[in-house]
Ligand binder design. Structure first.
Ligand code: UD1
Length: 312
């Protein structure tokens, strides 16, 4: 059987590079499009045979070159930060909406079979009910959340208007090896793991009682690759997570045990645009994708700490 050809936008980034790695492992042809604003070539150093296209997808010509000849597009490119979008909504908008629209247009025009869009749990905002189900109302609290919501609506609209198969996977606080801890906008687990391994005191924004459905990256890779193929998934928006929730204080304690650190956290003011509680209902992913988490939060945390320790 001829293997399919995949485009991973943002493929030099954290989640994108894990997708590229697994696709190569399965024998597919993989092209990565990345502007290397947050992605890094080093993330693909151990992934052989990936074609790399460097460019900004907010330029329609770059988007057209990126999708040419691909059967499936996994659109991961984004500026993935709530606080960064609060600080600079225009730059985020360009990366998260303009580029997404260009990729959708290019995919439609090139006859791509299916596009899977990287959505976000942030679209739920602070709606009162937990766990979050896909048919619940959305209430974005930050430009980032709003931009991800627009992206998924655009994707669905392209399915309705033009027949391009699209699926949005709503990610819930993904963590794992290769997540870059190097900026104040980085994911909290990468920041805490690096700080604790260096004997530094991480800052908890707020009282630490906020909760997240922290999801190890291998689960997301599994969910996204299922979404690229599952017949019933087209036109749908689907949570992929573990279905649990852990507070920042619990996370801190677990990481302290795993790293052997003894420091106390610093408590700072709550972060603007922050959601209080987040937890996914993963019933739809199970029904439509046959998805179930394969790596637990605990096991994922162990692997992540080991990676940060080995690469320090
Ligand atoms: C949000 C989305 C997530 C998305 C991500 C992209 C929600 C529920 N989740 O994650 O799906 O992929 O944006 O960036 O909206 N924190 C600290 N100290 C730090 C850093 C963070 O206490 O040094 C706290 C934050 O205030 C927050 C939690 O840790 O309460 C998680 O923060 P972060 O890792 O940035 O992700 P979210 O903004 O929750």
């Amino acid at each position: 059987m001829k293997m399919a050809s995949y485009l991973v936008t943002g493929g030099a980034g954290f989640i994108g590079s894990h997708l590229a790695e697994e696709l190569v492992r399965r024998g597919h042809a993989v092209r990565v499009a990345d502007d290397f604003s947050t992605g890094r070539r080093a993330n693909l150093a151990d992934v052989p045979g990936v074609e790399i296209l460097e460019g900004d997808l907010a330029d329609p010509a770059v988007a057209a070159r990126a999708v040419a000849g691909c059967d499936v597009v996994l659109h991961q490119a984004a500026i993935p930060s709530v606080p960064r979008s609060v600080k600079d909504p225009v730059t985020s908008n360009r990366a998260n909406i303009d580029a997404t629209l260009n990729v959708l247009v290019a995919a439609r025009d090139a006859g791509v079979r299916r596009l899977v869009f990287a959505g976000s749990s942030s679209v739920y905002g602070d709606t009162p009910t937990l766990p979050k189900r896909e048919d619940m109302p959305t209430r974005p609290l930050s430009p980032y959340a709003l931009q991800k919501l627009v992206g998924e609506d655009y994707a669905r609209m392209f399915t309705r208007l033009y027949g391009l198969e699209t699926v949005t996977i709503r990610y819930f606080n993904v963590f794992g090896p290769r997540q870059d801890p190097g900026s104040p906008y980085s994911g909290v687990i990468s920041i805490f793991a690096r700080a604790l391994l260096a004997g530094e005191r991480p800052t908890i924004h707020g009282d630490g009682g906020q909760t997240r459905d922290f999801t190890y990256v291998a689960n997301v890779v599994d969910g996204v690759l299922r979404a690229a193929d599952a017949p019933a998934a087209s036109g749908r928006v689907i949570n992929v997570a573990t279905g649990g929730r852990v507070s920042l204080n619990e996370l801190f304690d677990r990481l302290r045990e795993l790293t052997g650190a003894t420091v106390e956290p610093v408590y700072g003011p709550p972060r603007e645009g922050d959601v209080r509680d987040s937890q996914a209902d993963i019933g739809l992913a199970k029904a439509l994708l046959g998805y179930a988490p394969t790596v637990s939060f605990e096991e994922g945390l162990k692997r992540t700490v080991k990676w940060f320790r080995d690469s320090a």
